[in-house]
Design a protein around this ligand. Structure first.
Ligand code: MRU
Length: 348
């Protein structure tokens, strides 16, 4: 099992792979219930990713990698059938590039080995998981170093242990800076309609004994105008070569408001989220989900007759609104040019 940081509350393991079976903490039910799903078929893993049992860009990449191991146990002697299972995993969610990135790594490992061997693939998946844990730690240190003592931060969606293999991306930075005594106020945006902030980030912060306040989406401008926050700190689902950032819907609004009020914006993501092959945000597919999610968030069981909604679950924040991008290699400043993966890892 992957080891987590020993920081208080950083004992959250939402993805466990043991004896050929994937166990996922069901994030749809938190914080009311901590139920686990046990999956031993790759189509179940694809469904769990699509249904947000597991969510967050790095976490879905890790889950998909273990899904590819399970697919090899099911169909490893038939590489074409294995590939079909990988395609099903890849189609589960379109925006976070970590999913396609992890599966591309699994394909390359199978090619090197000569076949999709489950034992070899499990080692590759565990490597992806362990690298994310290490990347989280490096980003927490690098991002925390940018924050001045006495700061207030606003974070969006959930970017902590639930969304990654380790301590998180943006939330890892917040936790590290808090432990370093630099952060005086933490605000978690509720993140409609799925409430990743109000349900999941709040759950993680409470477990870490870190004081925080949840704010509704509409409070962002008032909060920034009040002078209580100096940084907006978010994760990312895909970062284009020019530094445009796809992240949870509402991120762009926060960045626009932040620029108006002189609040800085930090995006924290491992290099597996950076996609040098996507030139700009315009080229990123934005996932649209069932409008029913909006009515359920409004407390309605069914879509009322005649009601309609538009439910994109990510938006694009232009690179010009992002003050810095933190990867495991360090802190990148504008103008961003992620020309190749080497330029992310090697030259911050
Ligand atoms: O729809 P979700 O919950 O998967 O969206 C998650 C986000 O947008 C996160 O900010 C992003 O994946 C980074 S998680 C470290």
């Amino acid at each position: 099992m992957t080891t987590h940081s020993s920081m208080p509350g950083h004992d959250i393991q939402a993805i466990i792979f043991e004896r050929g079976v994937l166990r996922l903490l069901d994030q749809r039910l938190l914080p009311a219930r901590t139920d686990w799903l046990t999956l031993d078929r790759s189509d179940e893993v694809a469904r769990a990713i699509a249904d947000l049992v597991v969510r967050g860009a790095p976490a879905i990449g890790i889950a998909a990698a273990y899904g590819a191991v399970i697919a090899a146990a099911q169909d490893g002697d038939d590489p074409e059938a294995w590939e079909r299972r990988l395609e099903q995993l890849e189609q589960a969610r379109p925006t976070a590039v970590n999913l396609a990135w992890a599966l591309a790594r699994m394909r390359r490992a199978a090619k090197r080995h000569g076949s999709p061997d489950p034992t070899m693939l499990e080692a590759e998946a565990r490597g992806i998981h362990a690298e994310d844990v290490a990347a989280n730690q490096a980003m927490a240190a690098a991002g925390s170093a940018c924050i001045d003592a006495g700061s207030g931060v606003l974070t969006h969606c959930n970017t902590g242990a639930l969304a990654t293999g380790g301590i998180g991306t943006a939330l890892g930075v917040v936790a590290a800076a808090y432990r370093a005594g630099k952060i005086r106020r933490i605000f978690a945006g509720e993140t409609r309609p799925w409430l990743q902030g109000a349900r999941l980030t709040a759950w993680e912060l409470a477990r870490m004994d870190m004081p925080f306040k949840v704010v509704i989406e509409g409070a962002a401008a008032a909060l920034m105008a009040s002078g209580q926050v100096q940084w907006v700190i978010t994760g990312a689902d895909r970062i284009a070569a020019n530094g445009d950032v796809a992240n949870k819907i509402g991120t762009c609004s926060l960045a626009v408001i932040a620029r108006h009020y002189g609040v800085r914006v930090m995006v924290v993501a491992p290099s597996s989220t950076v996609d040098p092959d996507t030139p700009s945000g315009q080229d990123i597919a934005i996932e649209q989900r069932d409008p029913g999610e909006i009515w359920r968030a409004a407390g309605l069981d069914h879509t009322p007759p005649g009601f309609d909604a538009w439910n994109p679950v990510f938006d694009i924040t232009p690179a010009t609104l992002v003050d810095c991008i933190v990867t495991e290699a360090g802190v990148h400043h504008p103008p961003y040019r992620f020309a190749a993966r080497d330029s992310i890892i090697g030259t911050p």
